[in-house]
Design a protein around this ligand. Structure first.
Ligand code: GRF
Length: 228
């Protein structure tokens, strides 16, 4: 793989299956990235264990040791900065991040969210999609801004909602598609096809007016995985 690897820091609070997809792709040279650190708020998070097993720096910084969100985020992001990432990936990081910190990383931090944004920012997205009677659901990758799940959307993947779906079944069916979406999107960012500029997201130098949509059955982790 010719491109210089993009150093990535991952923020995660839970299972870390998205992180695992990144680590696997790196190991198998499917993505020009190096995961340089994994950070979170929960010492017992499986994500940290997954990172350590791959020899990646993994640290939990516990919120209760800090008096407020701002000082917690400063400590957390000082650790993030210490591994010098070119991109910060929030992959199941379940805490709000203070606006000042997000501003500092703007254009260099993305989040994967399990809904077709701008629908269902925040929690319980699968349940809300089912309650609304949506026929389609999905996941989005967006650049982070101070508004929770509100930054410009780069890409998304759509799955059908089935009759008798439960939030759990829908989440379970969506998750492997999230992994593909995250990898495909990071491939575009790592190869500098996609960048966040003050005017908006650009792809190959042109402004992106609609999010890229990952083709349903395309398992390529590069630009070819998206349809217009
Ligand atoms: C995913 O659905 C992600 O979109 C959401 O939290 C879940 C995390 O999954 N933000 P994992 O920890 O990567 O397994």
């Amino acid at each position: 793989m010719s491109a210089t690897p993009l150093p990535i820091a991952v923020l995660a609070s839970g299972e870390g299956t998205n992180l695992q997809a990144l680590l696997d792709a790196q190991r198998e040279s499917r993505l020009p990235i190096t995961v340089v650190g994994v950070f979170g708020d929960k010492p017992a998070a499986r994500a940290l264990e997954r990172a350590r097993r791959c020899g990646v720096v993994a640290e939990a910084i516990e919120p209760r040791a800090y008096s407020d969100r701002a000082s917690y985020d400063e400590a957390l992001f000082a650790r993030v900065a210490s591994v010098a990432p070119g991109l910060v990936v929030c992959a199941g990081y379940m805490r709000l991040i203070s606006a000042a910190i997000v501003e500092h990383w703007v254009g260099r931090m993305i989040n994967i969210h399990p809904s077709l944004l701008p629908k269902y920012q925040g929690l319980r997205t699968h349940q809300r999609a089912l309650a609304a009677g949506d026929r389609e659901h999905g996941a989005s990758v967006h650049f982070a801004t101070p508004e929770l799940d509100g930054g410009p959307v780069v890409s998304r993947v759509v799955v059908e909602v089935r009759e008798h779906d439960t939030p759990e079944a829908l989440a379970h069916r969506l998750l492997p598609h999230e992994h593909r979406l995250l990898l495909a999107t990071i491939a575009l960012i790592a190869r500098r096809y996609v960048t966040a500029t003050p005017l908006g997201i650009t792809i190959d130098g042109r402004l992106l007016h609609e999010p890229l949509t990952l083709a349903p059955d395309d398992y390529l982790y590069d630009a070819a995985g998206f349809v217009a």
